[in-house]
Write a protein that binds this ligand. Structure first.
Ligand code: HXC
Length: 516
């Protein structure tokens, strides 16, 4: 009989824990158009698989009458469950308890599941909706952030870490998402900024709204802090589930094979109509990517940031791959600072998690100009070279059109340990474009000739015939083969199958020193 009473008490206490900050605050959360932590968790996991940890934890603060204000579980819901039948660990801040603010014990709960995720080799998803450090707790709360940042860092590259920002994230709190591999934000809900509009106005005199300063759109387009921006929370958690499907559980595993069922030998005559004959005319590189990959299913990462460079995940013959490519429709596909940062980070995330790299090249060079030079295109461009050279996963590239100068070398070239490098017959591999090259090499000859423009055009034609093709590079083995566009998919798939057991190690060291 006694046990019946105990069980009834347990049930009651558990129900209390589930109600977070209480019905009124849950209603207030809904009135703001936001879901509760538990509703978010239900969207993330396969139905009925979530197991909560630490539902009875309460804070230890006694200042500011806090001893009388305790909520079971405090301001975060933590635990584990399954996504597509694979284990995932989660922390979801509960805004109904002190605005999701981070207390000492909330940080402890988050660290506990992060440690479990790392020890058991499973991804960690953090759902952020918080007023920041628990003001009443002072340094205890700040130290809690430090503990989380340390784990974000130590587990980086070991297990996938994903942040989902569905409420405020301000001040130093933004640095946990910034260290993780992927950041999702929901429009009109997610906010991420170092200092809010009032402080900005006081310090710089600038007037800016919260949304303009740190909303999802600005973080996705301008700063690049956010990789995926979604319209609704439902869509957001669906996309998190989709992303997890491309990733392995940890660095020790390969990503799962997908049930794509697309013919690996499928050829496509349409390729011939995509790339214009005129080398200065743009075209949409995404049309090529979607024709090559399984079922045209391409999950673009960082879609709205540095649009001159495309990165994202797809499958090729069911195998998860990271796709990288120039987008000639934006800035002619030139490599600038943002594109270099975006691409280098993506190369490294794929390399951490055993995801082969497939690179489509059409690059006219690095972006010229004082703006880029002064802001450090040298330092940032170096990241991409470093990332490709260092990566040990299979690397396959296809030069579609232009591959000029240092940018050609940066794009997964043979000399950066590219495994298989293909070129279409339309490829132009040279130190620079014909116009620039002729102006440098034949400057005096052009000046001396009676009809300078005619002479220049003749020399451009000659240069193009001699160098602006893939045969010179193929003759030296920098290109492994020149392939017909229609056979791109089967050729890349065969190369990836051949590279499936690639096993190389880099020079032993403590760690590399990527130019940051
Ligand atoms: C304790 C907090 C809190 C906090 C909110 N609350 N933020 N309690 N510490 N940081 C409480 C409120 O008192 C309120 O309690 C409940 O959460 C909901 O807050 P509201 O203000 O009613 O909600 P809303 O109008 O939606 O506004 C949300 C907000 C605002 C914009 C986040 O609460 C706010 O500005 N909070 C302070 C943000 C801040 O400056 N944080 C410090 C950032 S610096 P009741 O009991 O009424 O429900 C930082 C440093 C990190 O975090 C350093 C890392 C190294």
């Amino acid at each position: 009989m006694e046990i019946e009473k105990e069980l009834a008490q347990l049930k009651k206490t558990r129900e209390e824990a589930k109600s977070g900050g209480g019905l009124k605050r849950i209603e207030a959360q809904h009135a703001k158009g936001k879901l509760t932590a538990r509703e978010r968790i239900a969207l993330l996991f396969d139905a009925g698989t979530f197991e909560e940890i630490d539902p009875f934890v309460t804070h230890r603060c006694t200042d500011f009458d806090m001893a009388e204000r305790k909520f079971l579980g405090d301001s975060v819901v933590t635990g584990y469950g399954k996504v597509n039948n694979r284990h995932i660990f989660v922390s979801a801040q509960d805004f109904t308890v002190f605005g999701g603010s981070l207390s000492e014990v909330a940080a402890g709960k988050i660290c506990k599941v992060m440690d479990l995720a790392a020890r058991n080799g499973a991804p960690f998803v953090a759902v952020l909706d918080s007023g920041g450090a628990r003001i009443q707790e002072g340094a205890d709360s700040l130290a809690g952030y430090g503990e989380i940042f340390t784990r974000n860092t130590l587990y980086s590259g070991s297990i996938p870490q994903i942040s989902v920002i569905v409420g405020p994230t301000a001040g130093g709190a933004v640095y946990s998402p910034a260290i993780t591999d992927f950041v999702f934000m929901v429009k009109d809900l997610g906010q991420s900024y170092i200092t809010g509009p009032e402080v900005v106005k006081a310090v710089t005199g600038e007037e800016v709204s919260l949304e303009e300063l740190g909303g999802a759109t600005v973080n996705a387009t301008r700063s690049g802090n956010c990789h995926f921006v979604c319209d609704t929370e439902e869509q957001c958690f669906q996309q998190v589930r989709r992303l997890l499907g491309f990733l392995p559980q940890s660095y020790k595993e390969r990503p799962p094979l997908a049930d794509t069922n697309d013919d690996p030998n499928r050829m496509d005559e349409e390729f011939l109509n995509i790339v214009p004959v005129n080398p200065t005319q743009p075209y949409d590189m995404k049309r090529i990517i979607t024709k090559v990959v399984d079922n045209s299913d391409f999950m673009e990462v960082h879609e709205k940031f540095a649009r001159n460079f495309i990165v994202g995940f797809a499958h090729l013959d069911a195998q998860s791959v990271g796709i990288l490519a120039q987008q000639p429709m934006h800035l002619a596909g030139a490599l600038d600072i943002d594109a270099s940062d975006k691409a280098a980070r993506f190369v490294r995330v794929c390399d951490c998690f055993n995801i082969p790299l497939v690179t489509f090249v059409d690059v006219p060079g690095y972006m010229p100009g004082t703006d880029q030079e002064f802001r450090g295109i040298i330092r940032h461009g170096a990241k991409l070279l470093f990332a490709y050279a260092e990566a040990t996963v299979p690397k396959v590239s296809i030069i579609i059109r232009k591959a000029y100068g240092g940018a050609y070398i940066a794009m997964s070239s043979k000399s950066l340990r590219g495994d298989i490098n293909y070129a279409w017959p339309t490829a132009e591999i040279a130190v620079m474009g014909p116009e620039g090259a002729v102006n440098v090499v034949y400057r005096n000859e052009i000046k001396k000739s009676e009809n300078a423009e005619e002479a220049r055009q003749r020399l451009v034609r000659e240069y193009r015939d001699k160098f602006a093709n893939p045969y010179v590079a193929a003759a030296r083995g920098y290109i492994d083969d020149i392939i017909a566009p229609r056979e791109t998919r089967p050729k890349v798939i065969k190369a990836l199958q051949m590279l499936r057991n690639k096993d190389i190690c880099n020079t032993p060291k403590k760690h590399g020193n990527i130019p940051l």
